[in-house]
Design a binder for this molecule. Sequence first.
Ligand SMILES: C[S@@+](CC[C@H](N)C(=O)[O-])C[C@H]1O[C@@H](n2cnc3c(N)ncnc32)[C@H](O)[C@@H]1O
Length: 316
Amino acid sequence: MAAVNKYVFPSNSTCYCAESITEEIMEIYSSLKGLKDDVIYQDPSNHLKTVFQRLDYLIAQDIDDESAEAILSNSEFNSALDVITRFRSMYTAKLEIEHTKSILKSSDSWEVLKNFAYLPNYLQLAQTEYQGAGLRPGDCVLFLGSGPLPISLIVLCHQYGLRGIGIEQEPDRAELSRRVLAKLGLSDQIRIIEGNHSTLPLKERTELIMVAAQAEPKKEIFDHLANVLPTETKISYRLYDKGLRRLLDTFYRYELPEPFEEYLRVRPKPPANNTVVFLTTNNIGYISTTDGQLSERCLTFNDEEMQDITQSPEIC
Ligand SMILES: C[S@@+](CC[C@H](N)C(=O)[O-])C[C@H]1O[C@@H](n2cnc3c(N)ncnc32)[C@H](O)[C@@H]1O
């Protein structure tokens, strides 16, 4: 672990060379490999927080897709990427559990929620999803992989007047999320179901089905959705594909099944890390974006709606 503690991040403008990135990834990997689940969840010496932050910093470096691809295709990384992705997913859940418990203990639950370090990322993503799916107040969205702190649904429902349904596979996380929703006064607006992708389809109509970046296994989820969803269902999913964020990509080289047509792809701009991809089982036109800027027009949205995607939102 000495290497992690000694590490000093260069300024954001510093140009990373392929060799130093490779070294950095391997150092992160060697601090994580062989760690048991309970060590990651408890992080007794708090040193994994540094690894998490270091990883966050690394993936956000301004590196183009081709250079990132050239670095990450190194076969040396085969096991490293799995270990790093698993760590990132578990540590995110750990942070959510801790923050949920703080909200539950607090007398000002909304104030504590607003202090969640990653809230700005979720505000950005929620705005992209609300606008990209053409949602309207009163619509219902379903989120697969809602977690212990269903922050995506909380933001979408609180900011945009939607109703939400979360599906969470871990019973204790589903229960914790119900408790935090009750504490925030959102139980009437957001319902949590304990289950997984096989729980779909629901009888209830939903305007958008959202798949969390950390919902797994991707192939099984999308193959299942392709079989059970009726035509004209809108789906959005979050993925890590811009620059070095691809280090966390679990979608890699997976081709979506036939019925899905991609109609919009919004690449992240800071603080968000996830690209949001919108699908439908019905072709309504394709547009793409570069760093949050739209490069082509979508047939279903006007320019004003689309430009809003690139503005930074705040919770109110
Ligand atoms: C840590 S959360 C992140 C989501 C975050 N809370 C949000 O609101 O955007 C990811 C959760 O997805 C759950 N999960 C992963 N795959 C799933 C699946 N196939 N079905 C249901 N839940 C899943 C995990 O148990 C984990 O709690």
